[in-house]
Design a protein around this ligand. Structure first.
Ligand code: ADP
Ligand code: MG
Length: 691
């Protein structure tokens, strides 16, 4: 049960004055459905303006507040789509135009009557030989009011919302924020000089005060650490079962290759964990192609040898099928029974799988989340393997996997190389095995950085490549807005690229992006996978589940706009067959120092772990400021820099609290419960007895 103190924060946004049915959609797009969401919708930046006496003392491009008197209104000619202009002059007689386009012209007509003085806030620009302010941010009748406009928050918006609107909602939401008991350790609070929670929220909306922002970020990190520790503690309490295999099944495996050192080490680590009564919580990290499947297979066989069942959870139907086929082939000589269960299985087929799981005749199960539905019961589940962990809410999934009375061992696998400093944030105190060695015989991917001016040569290169009987990818950037909607300009660019390549290559080109209907997308993928199409133009949708060994060339357009981890994953799509592969990173003309270094790193190494670590170092500090990198480490408030700096502190704070008060019953423990609910990590609380 959520603590009552939080009720005002979890009230719906409709409670705010001015939020009607029309604004619900735009607010929802920003993820603002409850009062607390609005209170935590912190300004992206602040605009600061200078009050200037006259236009002479302002410079072009500057944000100013200035007193102007309108002298003439110039409406666009009837039927023309020109702007509505008001000519106005300052006290020294300098002329400036106030300009409104489209429907906004309404404001111009109304707000600046001829002959009257107004205080105008906005950005001063030049239009031809005239100064102008396009769509002034504010127009005030009182000089006093303009002073309040000298520094102002700028919020992320969605279509239908304006800055003043959202600023007003934020103000109202803050007015409803209750005082909450302090959950941060008093010593830490004092050392850091942080304000109390409610005060920090208020300050974060008013200024760039780093202390307020840090405190709010710390709260989120603390909540996360605590929740992960609760899951772990719960696992410890709910004893698991020590599983030791006799090696009989593993001895029958006939692998066409020898295990790499890293694979053998990881399997030994897993076997060691499974032999303990405490349930295993281990993360297996390894690049695409590092050979995680065979490690998982060995773990699953240990469980089966010990007379238990093992389940493998895949993020998508396609991947589940792929795993099933691969495992079934490898299992051949062992005689172990394996089944596939996805949402598609219906009727008799499903019934027989459920029966087999219940009576134990099915020893291994592969599937999508369908394998954890309430109707699916195992005779004795000893191990759960979760593939592509990052696609699920990590700890949430763990809590779910641990539902049985006897907790199964859990092995999570991910191909996302996460810097060590962030592993803690995402996976808490999971033990980590790393496959930091690729199977032998992999060819290095020849990676080159090419200026976009040489596009013509690149296209000729693609032509030669295709003529030689091979296939290629052409990747266009796709920036998703924070609400998950794609940037339409990027879609348009991908479409345009496709159109121009189609002129050159005709039917050999197909296009895939997220805005296409699934049938259209599937058909295009199908044509490419079958080899009928030779060139696939795509946005990053090809990241998941595509394996076309004869595609050996990848062109990535505007490579500087991609995250390095993403580039790395994309590049992993080529270099899968025996042919030599090439990756061309096309870069734009204006490239920052860091941008250059990042692309150089891609050229230099194929080691995903190194790329992840250095990317973090390269972006640390300067470039991170102002850009919200949230989401990357899974946090809404804490950015990457804060995560790195504050997480270790938050984590040891959380651990200390758990040691002293594992049931969260002391006053500070109670406050920590509130924190967990506030950040919706309450699945952690629910694991507490009587929580
Ligand atoms: P991951 O899941 O880590 O991306 P996979 O398990 O799918 O990688 O393995 C990629 C490919 O490498 C598969 O074809 C697999 O058979 C092969 N492979 C795995 N381990 C080895 C090894 N030790 N030596 C040679 N090939 C291997
Ligand atoms: Mg895999």
């Amino acid at each position: 049960m959520r603590p009552e103190a939080l009720n005002p924060l979890f009230a719906q946004v409709e409670m705010l004055e001015g939020v009607g049915p029309k604004l619900m959609k735009p607010l929802e797009k920003l993820g603002l459905t409850r009062i607390k969401d609005v209170a935590y919708h912190l300004p992206e930046r602040f605009v600061s303006r200078r009050a200037v006496a006259d236009l002479d003392s302002a410079s072009e491009g500057e944000q100013v507040v200035i007193a102007l008197t309108a002298i003439e209104h110039r409406a666009p000619r009837a039927g023309s789509r020109g702007p509505y202009r008001v000519l106005a002059q300052d006290d020294a007689g300098n002329i400036c135009a106030l300009t409104w386009f489209g429907r906004a012209a309404f404001s111009g007509k109304k707000l600046v009557p001829v002959g009257e003085k107004r205080w105008v806030a906005g950005r001063l620009d030049r239009y031809g030989d005239m100064l102008q302010i396009v769509h002034p941010d504010h127009i005030e009748t009182e000089s006093a009011a303009h002073m309040a406009r000298l520094s102002e928050p700028v919020y992320r918006l969605s279509d239908g919302l304006t800055q003043p609107r959202i600023a007003d909602f934020a103000r109202q939401a803050l007015g409803r924020v209750p005082d909450l008991p302090e959950w941060i350790e008093p010593g830490q609070l004092e050392r850091a000089g942080w304000p109390a929670w409610r005060e920090a929220l208020r300050l974060a909306h008013e200024s760039t005060d780093p202390k307020a922002r840090d405190r709010l970020a710390y709260d989120e990190l603390l909540a996360n650490s605590l929740a992960l520790l609760l899951v772990k503690a719960d696992g410890r309490r709910r004893r698991g079962q020590a599983l030791v295999g006799d090696g009989a099944l593993r001895a029958k495996l006939q692998l066409p290759f020898a295990l790499t050192g890293a694979q053998a080490r990881s399997i030994a680590e897993i076997a060691g964990d499974m032999a303990q009564e405490a349930p295993m919580l281990r993360l297996l990290q390894g690049d695409v192609g590092a050979g995680k499947t065979v490690v998982a297979l060995n773990a699953m066989l240990i469980a089966v040898e010990a007379g238990k069942q093992a389940a493998l959870l895949a993020p998508t139907e396609i991947l589940a099928r792929q795993h099933f086929e691969t495992l079934r082939k490898m299992l051949g000589p062992t005689g172990a029974e394996i089944a596939l269960l996805t949402g598609r299985a219906k009727g008799r087929e499903r019934e027989s799988i459920l029966m087999g799981l219940l009576d134990g005749s099915i020893q291994m199960l592969v599937g999508t989340h369908a394998i954890f539905q309430d109707t699916v019961n195992y005779r004795d589940l000893g191990l759960v393997v979760i593939d592509e962990q990052h696609r699920f809410g990590v700890a949430q999934r763990l809590a779910l996997a641990a539902k049985g009375r006897r907790a199964p061992h859990t092995l999570a696998m991910t191909a996302t190389p996460i810097p060590r400093s962030l592993t803690l944030a995402q996976y808490g105190e999971m033990d980590v095995s790393r496959l930091d060695e690729l199977p032998p015989g992999r060819q290095a991917i020849d990676t080159r950085v090419v200026a976009i001016e040489r596009e013509g040569e690149v296209i000729e290169g693609v032509a030669r490549h295709i003529a030689g009987g091979q296939q290629a990818y052409w990747v266009c950037p796709m920036v998703r807005e924070a609400d998950g909607a794609p940037d339409m300009a990027d879609i348009a660019a991908a479409e345009a690229r496709y159109a121009s390549l189609k002129e050159r290559f005709g039917e050999a080109v197909v296009l895939v992006h997220g805005q296409l209907r699934p049938e259209v997308k599937d058909a295009a993928m199908e044509r490419f996978a079958s080899g009928e199409a030779r060139l696939l133009v795509a946005t990053t949708v090809i990241e998941v589940g595509v394996d076309v060994p004869s595609a050996t060339l990848m062109v990535i357009e505007q490579a500087e706009r991609f995250g390095l981890a993403q580039l790395h994953q994309l590049r992993g799509r080529v270099g899968r067959g025996s042919e030599k592969s090439t990756c061309l990173l096309l870069r734009g003309a204006a490239l920052s120092e860091t941008g250059r270094a990042r692309l150089a790193l891609m050229r230099e190494t194929q080691d995903g772990f190194r790329i992840a670590e250095e990317d973090l170092t390269l972006r640390g500090g300067g470039e991170l400021l102002g850009t919200r990198q949230s989401g990357e480490a899974g946090f809404r408030i804490a950015d990457l820099e804060q995560t790195q700096r504050l997480l270790p502190i938050a984590h040891s704070d959380a651990r200390l609290l758990m040691e002293r008060d594992g049931g969260l019953t002391s006053p500070r423990g109670e406050a920590a419960r509130i924190l967990l609910y506030l950040f919706e990590r309450d699945w952690g609380v629910q694991l507490l007895r009587g929580g």
